[in-house]
Design a protein around this ligand. Structure first.
Ligand code: URA
Length: 438
């Protein structure tokens, strides 16, 4: 086989065979095909797309490029959740212990903040001592004991994605539904879950700005995941405004604890419980989402998920006692507030602008090698629909340094929109797309 023929076939809109796709991925990872040929192929895929069968072949080939987490000997079911990312999205920190309290094991391999999107690993690392670079044995031990473990991906997990993603990033080929599907699903399949719940977000703070694009991705993730033998549920959720009342690494750990103690903000609890309900269904704990949600609400109220969260903090190197002592105090000294402008109600807080300001503050990063701050972030005292008077405090802001604060404040003022009448309520969970293995 020759790479040039495969590129030509895709350029001309033909369907590639599983063998051709396997060859391309294998030879690329082995260094036998140069970046410029894979770039040309990725651009051809960008324009011509892929069938469901091609997407499944690509996902499988990428998965086989590296190691797969061995969960043998640990009792399942194994269910994980993956979010396409957003601003203030801390649901993983609540869902993993909640699922564990239901007897579902969550083998969670997470990512770091990039661009507007926060990262679970950065949030967890804001807890002093917490380690996210578990080796396989530790990961297995903690998963078996606490019911969930949270780690970064080791270098031997899906090396094809590491290479391909870096190339797509600089060749304008990230925004391709089949390439995103294969990238996400190959990594999720490598962690060994039997079932996956996807939170596919749309709106200004999301990777997918338009509902139609998010829906196409959700459908592709569901169909491809099912073709690989996984049970899949994908929820389309709103990311036009920040989720919850806190964004920032330690601030989001604190807000997750609030949720585990029954004091979480309504929007965050709504999205979390809808995702949790699907985890309960896919894990065989509930017959449908309504029953699953009721089960999750009862489970949270019983306090076991909070206990499991704190015991996981200890298992992964942190101190639960210290974490609880730091609540409400672990903040940067560089702080300011954003006051309300004219208008009687807040009609919108633009998540995209808040996410961009988060990079200035030190919550997120532009490049993978940039550092983030544990103590930077934003607390929202008012959100969409709240009545305000000019001068009311809408946000308290903490930055890693003075320069970041000065850069973020005008963006944050600009992110808040006002109206004279209350805005219509937002629908947070738009629809579910599910699929099950043949
Ligand atoms: N996230 C991923 O993991 N891969 C993509 O291709 C896009 C977003």
């Amino acid at each position: 086989m020759r790479a040039v023929d495969i590129i030509m076939d895709k350029r001309d809109g033909k369907e590639l065979s599983p063998e051709a796709i396997e060859f391309l991925v294998r030879a690329y990872v082995a260094g036998e095909i140069p970046d410029y040929q894979i770039s040309a192929w990725a651009m051809a895929v960008f324009f011509k797309g892929m069938t469901a069968e091609e997407t499944a072949s690509l996902t499988g080939a990428m998965l086989r490029s590296g190691a797969v987490m061995d969960l043998s000997g640990i009792e399942g079911p194994f269910v994980d959740k993956h979010s396409t990312g957003g601003v203030g999205d801390k649901t993983s920190l609540i869902l993993a212990p909640l699922a564990a309290a239901l007897g579902i094991r969550d083998p969670m391999m997470s990512g770091r903040a990039l661009g507007n999107t926060g990262g679970t690993l950065d949030k967890l690392e804001s807890i002093p001592g917490y380690r996210v670079n578990l080796d396989t044995e530790e990961f297995r031990r903690i998963l078996a004991r606490d019911g969930f473990a949270m780690t970064s991906q080791s270098k031997d997990i899906v090396p094809a994605d590491r290479l391909l993603y870096a190339l797509r990033d600089v060749t304008a080929t990230v925004e391709s539904v089949p390439l995103i599907t294969a990238s996400i699903l190959s990594k999720k399949a490598a962690e060994g879950a039997d079932a996956l719940v996807f939170d596919v977000k749309y709106g200004s703070g999301a990777f997918m700005k338009k509902i139609e694009d998010a829906e196409a991705l959700a459908r592709s993730l569901a169909d491809t995941g099912a073709a690989m033998g996984k049970k899949i549920s994908a929820l389309l959720t709103d990311m036009d405004e920040p989720l919850g009342n806190m964004t920032g690494n330690f601030l989001e750990v604190e807000e997750s604890l609030d949720c585990l103690e029954g004091k979480g903000p309504a929007d965050l609890m709504e999205v979390t419980l809808e995702l949790a309900a699907r985890m309960a269904v896919l894990g065989g704990r509930a017959a449908d989402a309504v029953e699953g949600r009721a089960l999750c609400e009862t489970c949270l109220a019983g306090g076991r998920p909070r206990e499991l969260f704190l015991s996981n903090v200890e298992s992964q190197g942190g101190s639960a006692e210290k974490l609880l002592e730091m609540r409400g105090k672990y903040r940067s000294g560089y702080s300011a507030s954003v006051k309300a402008g004219s208008g009687s109600f807040i009609s919108r807080i633009d998540a995209g602008k808040v996410g961009r300001a988060g990079i200035d503050l030190g919550v997120g990063r532009n490049r993978t090698e940039d550092a983030v701050s544990p103590v930077a972030g934003i607390e929202f005292h008012r959100k969409r629909g709240d009545a305000v008077k000019p001068g009311d405090t809408v946000m308290t802001v903490w930055a890693a340094g003075e320069g970041g604060l000065a850069a973020a404040l005008p963006r944050l003022r600009d992110a808040v929109e006002y109206s004279d009448a209350p805005p219509p309520p937002r629908r947070l969970v738009l629809k579910e797309i599910s699929a099950c293995c043949p």
